[in-house]
Design a protein around this ligand. Structure first.
Ligand code: SF4
Ligand code: SF4
Length: 422
């Protein structure tokens, strides 16, 4: 396996949005849709039935011993349970809950600062944290990095939390310290851009300043820039002993362990066709349709709806999809301003190679991915070294959807590996 070093960037240099707008609270929606992972064949979970009354903050699991669960973000009645399959074939049950308009809070959450508690109640928290690496016997986690920066251009949801909720992040850092007191963890670091140093300084975490140039906020870049560590091809950041948690997730920990109420909202940056970005706080599971209406954004035929940011987000096929716990952004572009893709061939201009922060020979990689030769793409052209920044697609003169080929290639490679292990 070839390990590419980080050699620097070609042009253009893209800057993150460092001007978060204030957070606007949206009202409780009429209904929420929550995706419960891993129910058998996408079938109904045995523990949840249509007609069940649920409370805000109630843990809904497929069965009593299941690790997979969602947290109800409203008080109301379950009105629908249908199988849902995501873009990569992941199977879920879509649970629709008709909201009653008022919150009646569930009281099952205990405030013991243990790994068991966070695993049981916070895997569905905003910011999509995962606490499983802490209890994996095959890994030794030594460092927690709280990412106070957003992962894509234009988005400012995470920065907004650092700007407005540094006291809650401080409480969350204390929860992390209490929880990891007897473990191997010796560093809790917060990474923020220069303009949020003052707020981050009060959180009790070790402060590191991240560059305002994209893609320096991505975990692999932070590992290299801040810790001087390069993640080997095929490894995850957790394999090197580091866990990343978003500032929003840490603030949610801080609030929940203080109030006893589980987090049920998500901060989302909504970007309209004029490029203006607004931050809203919505219930997890709220349909995108209502969020767009609240932001006075009209969606017309052939407009593009993106979940996430412009560089790394995924297109959404329906405005009835819900905001999920990992949805940082909703971007709407009209047809004229949407990035076009083509099936033109590569002309070997080399722009993608020059811009790639990992110096992958993208021009060669894409040929193998287009041909479906995923194992060769990995062995010869470093597919697994890609940090998924999307810059190669951005600069491609032939408008080849390189980033989408890369994501598909990695997904298919994962399926091949799973099949081989089985
Ligand atoms: S997405 Fe493209 S530019 Fe970014 S690391 Fe991967 S191959 Fe390189
Ligand atoms: S930027 Fe596009 S056309 Fe140019 S070498 Fe890369 S893949 Fe080929």
């Amino acid at each position: 396996m070839i390990r590419r070093s980080f050699l620097g960037f070609g042009k253009p240099r893209l800057q993150y949005n460092l001007s978060p707008s204030p957070i606007r609270e949206l009202p409780i929606p009429d209904k929420v849709i929550l995706f419960l992972k891993g129910t058998q064949n996408g079938g109904h979970p045995s523990e949840i039935k249509v007609g069940d009354a649920v409370k805000t903050g109630q843990r809904l699991a497929a069965s009593p011993d299941s690790d997979e669960y969602v947290i109800s973000s409203v008080t109301g009645t379950v009105t629908d349970l249908v199988p849902y399959v995501d873009a990569y074939g992941g199977k879920y049950t879509a649970i629709t809950i008709k909201a009653g308009g008022q919150d009646n809070w569930d009281d099952k959450f205990n405030k013991k600062t243990t790994f068991d508690t966070v695993l049981k109640f916070f895997e569905y928290a905003p910011g999509n944290p995962s606490f499983k690496p802490f209890t994996d016997p095959e890994r030794t986690i030594r460092t927690i990095i709280i990412n106070g920066m957003d992962q894509d251009l234009v988005l400012t949801a995470n920065q907004c939390v650092v700007q407005n909720e540094s006291a809650e992040i401080k409480n969350g850092v204390q929860v992390l310290k209490n929880m990891t007191n007897m473990t191997s963890i010796d560093r809790i670091v917060i990474t923020v851009p220069e303009n949020l140093v003052q707020q981050a300084n009060t959180t009790g975490a070790e402060l590191k300043v991240v560059s305002a140039t994209y893609p320096h906020s991505l975990p692999h870049m932070i590992m290299k820039d801040m810790l001087g560590k390069v993640v080997s091809a095929g490894d995850t950041v957790e394999d090197t002993g580091v866990v990343f948690i978003s500032a929003e997730a840490v603030a949610a920990l801080g609030v929940s362990f203080h109030t006893g109420q589980l987090p049920v909202t998500k901060v989302v940056t909504v970007v309209g066709k004029d490029g203006n970005a607004t931050n809203v706080r919505v219930r997890i599971g709220a349909p995108i349709r209502g969020v767009l209406q609240a932001c006075r954004i009209t969606l017309n035929d052939r407009d593009r709806l993106i979940l996430g940011g412009p560089m790394r987000g995924s297109p959404a096929y329906s405005r009835d999809l819900p905001v999920q716990h990992g949805t940082d952004g909703i971007v709407v572009q009209d047809e004229d301003n949407s990035a076009k893709t083509t099936d033109y061939p590569c002309i070997n201009c080399g722009e993608c190679v020059r811009i790639c922060p990992v110096k992958i020979p993208v021009n060669m990689l894409v040929r193998f991915l287009e041909a479906g030769l995923y194992e060769d793409a990995t062995a010869m052209y470093d597919l697994e070294c890609c940090i998924e920044c999307g810059l190669c697609s951005y600069v491609c003169i032939s408008r080849i959807p390189i980033f989408q080929y890369i994501r598909l290639g990695k997904h298919e490679l994962g399926l091949i590996k799973t099949a081989e292990e089985a």
